[in-house]
Design a binder for this molecule. Structure first.
Ligand code: HGY
Ligand code: MN
Ligand code: MN
Length: 416
């Protein structure tokens, strides 16, 4: 990279103000955001992103999954673009930075290039991926999964939310079904900025996390089946209470995590008992399980322990257990050229950094399957995320965007 491009800085206040503007759309009840995928608030967030990109002389297009691509021309338009981005949808009780930082840091990097009249050899495309969170329509990272060929578009569009609304209907409802077939765009490289969502960078006073990979993940839907009985007349010996049985199984799932120390990750996020009447012993409990581990081998061991615990539960309580695996993501190792470019960017800006493996899933997981990819992490307060209290500072997000700017110029080849 020639000298004019060395350690350029983004416009910190413009980047921070864009976050504050975006956070006004789909506000949560405790200072965070509830801008769930394909809701009207998601549409408003998309519209604002599109307006900003067009004001920065980019052309915005959308594919059939609603993934949005804002393109900045390169000197050689025939070259495949360097892509950067993340997601604007949030958890129901989400924060203002998860995903949003990755999209706005890329936009700010382009705006800084515009301010400085920097041309790049390759085009640059900023991406807003559809439905990264997977909390309304599972599985997560859905838009990038279809883009990378890891999930069929038909399957994705047939998924339903808790009200029985399909993802395809919801996408139509917000009028973001694009014309470009998904999977049709070439990609030279993909870089995603994201808050760490964990405690390690802040604990070690590191401004930048050079993300080398993402751990393996598996989601299940589990169903425990008992017998509905009268709460007043049925003695313990005659009960097949699905809720108390499910509670025992959840504690076994927690034990599978605890015995793995700090590397263990098992979460039951949704737990519903039916018929849901105070004086009826529940005959059915449905719950989700999210299991993760840095290696597939260990994750498969956790899977076997979970299934064995379910078999033992039947013997112990007479309640049957149905386990449906609904998503599996192999561990991902990012591309060395991209990782080295990020390290150079952090060193140029004098930002203390460390390599880090991501505990959370990201769209870069899917992109790494089809193009050289890597991620840039910044710390967030107390490592809190998927919580309205999520916070990262103007300084932290500017540092991440500075490193992204250097990395994009490195990969897209600046021209004088
Ligand atoms: O679940 C995840 O790891 C991501 O935040 N969607
Ligand atoms: Mn995210
Ligand atoms: Mn998230």
């Amino acid at each position: 990279m020639n000298d004019i491009q060395r350690n350029l800085s983004v416009n910190k206040s413009r980047l921070w103000n864009m976050h504050l503007e975006m956070a006004k759309i789909g506000p949560g009840i405790a200072g965070g955001n509830n801008r769930q995928a394909l809701t009207d608030d998601d549409r408003k967030g998309r519209d604002l992103f599109k307006k900003w990109c067009e004001a920065a002389d980019m052309t915005v297009s959308t594919d059939t999954m609603g993934n949005m691509f804002a393109r900045r021309s390169g000197k050689d338009q025939t070259l495949s673009p360097v892509m950067a981005g993340s997601h604007l949808d949030t958890q129901p009780t989400g924060g203002r930075f998860d995903g949003v930082f990755g999209v706005l840091a890329a936009l700010e990097a382009v705006q800084t290039m515009n301010d400085l009249g920097i041309k790049t050899e390759r085009p640059i495309e900023i991406v807003n991926w559809t439905n990264e969170e997977g909390s309304r329509f599972g599985p997560p990272m859905m838009g990038s999964a279809v883009f990378a060929g890891a999930l069929s578009e038909a399957e994705a569009k047939a998924t339903k939310d808790q009200d029985g609304f399909t993802m395809g209907e919801a996408l139509k409802e917000i009028d973001y079904v694009g014309k470009d077939p998904t999977q049709s765009r070439p990609v030279h490289a993909f870089i995603e900025c994201h808050i760490e969502q964990g405690p390690f960078l802040e604990r070690e006073d590191k401004a930048i996390g050079v993300v080398t990979g993402v751990q393996a993940m598996r989601w299940y839907k589990a169903r425990v089946l008992g017998e509905a009985r009268h709460a007043g007349t049925t003695p313990p010996s005659s009960r097949k209470d699905a809720l108390t049985a499910a509670a025992k199984l959840v504690l076994k799932i927690d034990a599978i995590m605890q015995q793995r120390g700090d590397a263990g990750r098992c979460t039951v996020g949704i737990f519903q008992a039916f018929p849901g009447s105070p004086n009826v012993c529940p005959d059915r409990v449905e719950f989700t399980v999210d299991m993760r581990n840095p290696t597939s081998e260990e994750l498969n061991k956790m899977d076997r322990e979970f299934r064995r615990a379910a078999e033992d539960l039947f013997i112990d309580t007479g309640c049957g257990v149905e386990i449906e695996e609904i998503w599996f993501s192999e561990p991902v190792h990012f591309n060395q050229t991209c990782i080295d470019a990020i390290r150079r960017g952090a060193n140029e800006h004098g930002h203390p950094w460390r390599d880090i493996m991501s505990g959370a899933g990201h769209d870069a997981v899917n992109m790494a399957r089809i193009a050289p990819s890597a991620m840039i992490f910044i710390p967030c307060k107390d490592g809190i995320s998927h919580n309205e209290a999520e916070y990262s500072s103007p300084e932290a997000i500017a540092a991440g965007a500075d490193v992204l700017l250097s990395t994009l110029l490195d990969l897209a080849g600046p021209t004088t």
